[in-house]
Every structure is written in structure tokens, then in C-alpha cells.
Design a protein around this ligand. Sequence first.
Ligand code: 5AD
Ligand code: SF4
Length: 436
Amino acid sequence: MKKFYIETYGCQMNVYDSQLVKSILTSNHWEETDNYKEADLILVNTCAVREHAETRVRGRLGLFKAVKKQNPQIKVGLLGCMGQRLKERLLEEEPVLDFVMGPDTYKRLPQTLEKVYSGEKIADVKLDKNENYDEIYPRRDDPYKVSAYVTISRGCDNMCAFCIVPFTRGRERSKKPDLILKEVEQAIEMGYKEVNLLGQNVDKYQYEDVDFARLLEMVARLDSNMRVRFLTSYPQHMKNSVLEVMAKYENIARNIHLPVQSGSNRILELMRRGYTREWYLDRIKAIREIVPDCAIGTDIIAGFCTETEQDHQQTIDLMEQVQFDYAFMFKYSERPNTYAARNLPDDVPEEVKIRRLNEIIDLQNKHSYQSNKKDVGKTFRVLVENTSRRSEKQLLGRNSQGKVIIFEGDKKLIGQYVDVEVYDFTQATLLGKMKN
Ligand code: 5AD
Ligand code: SF4
């Protein structure tokens, strides 16, 4: 049997997509290897969200070029968002590549490979607004069976001014609820302890009369011992009905990722986010009222087009008001063909972007520290994910809020739930002791 090796960049949706690709290939006489040196086929599933993500992949292709030089039989394919964005152009720019595919064409992988092996160079990048990979089940191969990703919707119709995703992942579409439930049930049967429902905007999930609140409730009811996470929420569309379902089911993780991007109404409007700062703060208030123990995380972009010092201060001020438990923070990176690239000047100087980003990061570090401090003395149900990076005797797990807790314990507990009491913390992690 021929062997393939796959490397994944970007978000959880891409991790899931790679599992689909593995499933398609392994049912077509391919075998996976985790060593690219022994592979006949090298696949790179890519991200295009910021320029940096693409630069990294190009660097990686340099390595695979050297591998291919030693063994010219090897084929190299680039999948995912970067492939969708650059299409056939990539075949010219990166001669190491034999083929390029976008996120909606993986079903054709066996046919594409046939052509590739007969010497063709191919860019198969047609977006398909109906493609949900309905009949394909992802290949889940976590030996510890911790968390299973389940994609509930694909694509995005929001068209935020800065974002490449609507161009790389196409129109928004929701997967049939029955199929989602079947996929979750399958993961439960396999022994997975947690499920993570994925969509660019889960709040816009809609299949006939099933909206996200209903879907979430159906999934939560399958098994009260299975923790249910979801990602990503969208401020304009996040409804109280979802929060009410969360409050009703203890096994739904107390964690909402609600990207704000900016605290300035002027910038939010330029970003075409469809909400104001006041609206966002009202959503935060609703979360705190309805699901009081919920952790709230966000994404922030520093230095978007025309951002002034005043706008930046508004972001700082919003952070102070909300006190996010965690945040992913980026400096603005212009993406070709987006609304912002076509219509707005990328005029914040690089050093100003960096300085503002650092201010945001410093403030968030303080808030993360404060958030962790509040957990001292509390006991959490923790799903053990692995040993800690530092020591084999230490375990690393996550509580319902998604926070990482390190504690002493036996490796045999990986993949299980245990109760852990927190006695200390750093800005990044909680330190705990297992309770018997
Ligand atoms: N530049 C910087 N950050 C971006 N993001 C998306 N597009 C860009 C861009 N062009 C960030 C947003 C989004 C997260 C996934 O990536 O904060 O929520
Ligand atoms: Fe995921 Fe967006 Fe990157 Fe595509 S561009 S892999 S959707 S983060």
C-alpha cells in the first residue's frame, strides 16, 4: 500500500477537514504515515487568514522540495484555504506542487490522484455551496479519545471587511442535523469524551426548522457524561436561546468564544461587523446573567485600516469593561481582494500596529491572571488530555471553562474525567491537586 503524510495548519475546521481527507484516502487503498520521509504522497492543509500563515507554509514547501529531489517519485499536494485563494497560480509559484485543492473538492481526491500519477498538474478549486461531506465520516485517530471535532456548518456569508474566509470557504451551509447527531453518536461509541461543534459562525446554523439552540440541545442530550463545546460564536447573531440551553445542560462547556475584533464603533463599522460596541457589551451581559460561570474569550485585531489612537483606546476600554478570560490577538494583515484591501487604506504603520498589539497583549495577560486567580480553591471536573510538557508524572487537562489545569496523576487517567482542586496558578495555567 502507498503511504501518505498530511500536515495541518490553521483552525479546527482544517483539523476536521484533514480527518475527512484521511478517511477518503484510507478507504482508497492509502495508508497514513506520520513520517514524511517514508511517504509517497505529502499533503499540506493550509490556512490563508493572515499573511504569516502563508509564509510558514511556503517555508515548509522548501523542505518538501529537498525531499522530492532525493525521491522524485513523491507527489506533493496543497489543500485548504491557501489553495483556494491562489489556485493554479500556486502551481507556477511553487513547482514542488503536483496539485492544489480547495476545501470543497476533497471527495474527488482519488480521481485527482489518478490524474496526478499519470503526470498531470492539477488545480481543483471549485467551491460548491452544497458540499457538506454528508456521506463521509472523519477518521478519528486520537489514541486517548479525548475530543472529537464535528463540523456543523461550512463557509461564511458575513463578509467582514478584513477576512479572507468567505473567499476561501465559500457560501454558508448547514449540515443536516440527523447526520451531525449520527457523527456525534459514532464518536461516543468510539469512546470520545468530548465533542466540539465547529462552524465559522455557529449561531447562524439553520437546517429547516432546526437552529443552533435546538441542535445544541439535541447534542447535549445524547450523553450527559459527554462534554459539548462549540466554536465560533458571532456577536450579531448570538441569541439568548443558546445561552438558555447552556444553562439547562451542565455538560455543555462553560465557554463562549465571541470575537469582538475592536472596541471602536467607527472601526466596527469599517470592518462591516454588523454590531456596535454597545450591542457587544449587551451580549456579554446576557452571558453573565444566564450562564454565570461561563468563561468568555475573544479575538482582537490591532491596527485595522485608519485606526486612530482613540479607536485603540476604545478597544483597551472595552477589554477593561469585559475582562476577558482569554483572547487571541493579532495585528491587521491585509488580505488581497477582501473589501478592506479593495476599499480601505492599510495605513497604520507597522511599528504602531506592533505597539498597540503589545498593549493589548499586556492588558490581556493581566486579565488572564486575574481570571485564574479567582479559581483558586475551586474544584473542577477536568478532562485529562495528556501528560504535561514538563513531566511525565504531571497531567494536563481542561475544565468546562476550557482552562488548562496541571496536576499530578497517573498516565492511565488520560482520556478520563477527574475532579481537581486548584491551589495555585500562573497567567497561563491553573495548578491543582486531584481529589479522590
Ligand atoms: N488580519 C489579522 N487578523 C485577522 N483575523 C481574520 N482576518 C484577519 C486579518 N486579515 C483574525 C480575526 C478572526 C481570527 C480567526 O483571525 O480576529 O476572528
Ligand atoms: Fe481556518 Fe480561516 Fe485559516 Fe481557513 S483561513 S484554515 S477557515 S482560520
